[in-house]
Design a protein around this ligand. Structure first.
Ligand SMILES: [Zn+2]
Ligand SMILES: [Zn+2]
Ligand SMILES: [Zn+2]
Length: 481
């Protein structure tokens, strides 16, 4: 195996390509890119325009919108669920739709609570769930809390396991339809999907290089596992950054393959591979970027004297992460992609843009449904569901949460009086960004969202927006209200 070059060697040898990757696209390149993207996604109601060098680009309405009307719905380029959210929300790793069943969602959460040592049994409710005669239900979905002829006394890990292996069914869950659970093509047990289509799309776009299963195409699985552990222990934004690197690399390799099938390989030069890399990178070149360790706001408990140390620590963390990632998927032909400068800017892009991924939990709908049943049915169902709800605690309805890069949404500028809001309607059950008008919008108006809690005081808003690196000059801020 050829040795992987160190960060300095890459930054030195590939300085020109690194600079080309990080250069801000021209207004004309930006205009053409977004016009094509909007056309491909059938978004005729908005346009992305370059405003000026201090603001950069913005999104504008090309038609009138009514209050609550859908303005934009778009797929992410890359995204990932937060590591600590995985036990609370079992979702497709590609489209972030909830998968499996209500039983599976609840069972996984109970099991993870138990693994974390949280108390599961509902105090003073031993035997609350039995006997059969009090909880038997006509519906075939409700087989009572009976497992191997024994009643579950209180809520133990048996209940969680019974939910996970389908020996325990809850009442009325048949009314809540889920996509099945599809395993990863590479055989890892970290990622699951809602369909073969999502499994294949994830594999082709980034996962084939980042899979820890036997079918993985990564060069060194040991390094990959260490990279994932390091990210989970330090900052899971590294996992999203790795998807950006991996998807760019796979796309460049695909472009090369296409090139080779149309040309004779003898015509291939270093400039050709740079061109492929730049083309594969283009969607990410559009995102607003700064070096992560230079742009993160100093935590409030640190003084100005700590700043140098703080920034060095962040840089060291990114450097360790990239070293492990390089060990796993480095590709000499596209070495510039593995520059610490590029990696730092990718992480900074996620830090500086408002790119939350949220999908509401169907478990909440389920408990609401039970709560709204006619009294007799409700009481009967609750003999089973109430102890579960108690054991799940206040966070029973935790949504899927993560970080994602949405190319058009990331162009939206901030206002403390925004004319749009991110809002998932009942039909929006996957990870797409959905933006609705908060008031009437006229053709030609700039579309805005709030990056922060716009109801906070002017002082608080000012402080929060400093993290994004700008001062807001909206009407509300001008009035300091
Ligand atoms: Zn899916
Ligand atoms: Zn996998
Ligand atoms: Zn403002």
């Amino acid at each position: 195996m050829t040795p992987v070059p160190g960060h300095e060697a890459i930054d030195e040898m590939h300085a020109v390509t690194v600079a080309r990757l990080l250069v801000e696209p021209t207004p004309e390149t930006t205009r053409v890119y977004y016009a094509k993207l909007l056309e491909a996604q059938n978004h005729s109601g908005v346009v992305v325009r370059y405003i000026d060098s201090s603001i950069g680009k913005g999104v504008f309405a090309t038609k009138n919108y009514d209050v609550d009307e859908l303005v934009l719905k778009e797929h992410m380029l890359v995204g990932a669920q937060h590591s600590q959210n995985k036990a609370d929300a079992f979702v497709c790793s590609f489209c972030f739709r909830f998968i499996g069943s209500i039983e599976l969602q609840i069972g996984r959460r109970l099991l993870s609570a138990e693994n974390e040592g949280r108390e599961l049994s509902v105090e003073g409710k031993e035997g609350y769930l039995g006997p059969t005669s009090s909880c038997c239900h006509d519906s075939k979905a409700a087989k009572c809390l009976e497992k191997d002829g024994e009643y579950i006394r209180g809520l133990s890990s048996d209940a969680a396991e019974a939910l996970l292996n389908s020996s325990l069914r809850l009442p009325f869950t048949e009314l809540f339809t889920f996509s099945p659970v599809i395993s990863c093509m590479g055989g890892c047990e970290d990622e699951f999907y809602c369909s073969e289509v999502c499994a294949k799309a994830a594999w082709d776009s980034h996962h084939s290089l980042l899979c820890t299963g036997p079918g993985s195409l990564c060069k060194d699985k040991d390094s990959l596992v260490k990279f994932i552990d390091h990210a989970n222990e330090s900052n899971d934004i590294f996992l999203v950054a790795a998807k950006v690197v991996s998807s760019t690399l796979l796309k460049a390799l695909k472009l090369k393959q296409a090139e080779f099938s149309s040309h004779l390989p003898t015509t291939y030069s270093a400039e050709d591979s740079t061109r492929e890399l730049l083309q594969a990178w283009q969607p990410f070149s559009m995102g607003f970027k700064r070096l992560w360790w230079n742009s993160v706001a100093l935590p409030p408990d640190l003084g100005p004297n700590d700043e140098v140390d703080f920034r060095n620590q962040l840089k060291e963390l990114a450097s360790q992460s990239l070293k492990l990632l390089k060990g796993a998927i480095f590709h000499a032909e596209y070495a510039a992609l593995f520059s610490l400068q590029v990696y730092g800017h990718i992480i900074g892009m996620f830090e500086l843009n408002n790119l939350d991924l949220v999908v509401a939990s169907p478990v909440e709908d389920y408990f609401i449904y039970i709560d709204e049943l006619p009294m007799v049915q409700k009481m009967e169902a609750e003999t089973i569901t109430r102890p579960l709800l108690d054991a799940l605690g206040d966070d029973y309805n935790t949504p899927c949460q993560g970080t994602a890069f949405f190319p058009i949404q990331s162009c939206l500028n901030h206002s403390c009086l925004p004319n749009m809001k991110a809002f998932k309607r009942d039909e929006d059950t996957d990870g797409q960004a959905v933006l609705l008008a908060t008031r009437q919008i006229q053709v030609g108006e700039e579309l805005t969202i709030s990056y922060i809690d716009e109801d906070a005081s002017w002082e608080e808003r000012k402080a929060m927006l400093e993290d994004y690196g700008f001062l807001c000059d909206c009407q509300k801020c001008a009035e300091k209200s």
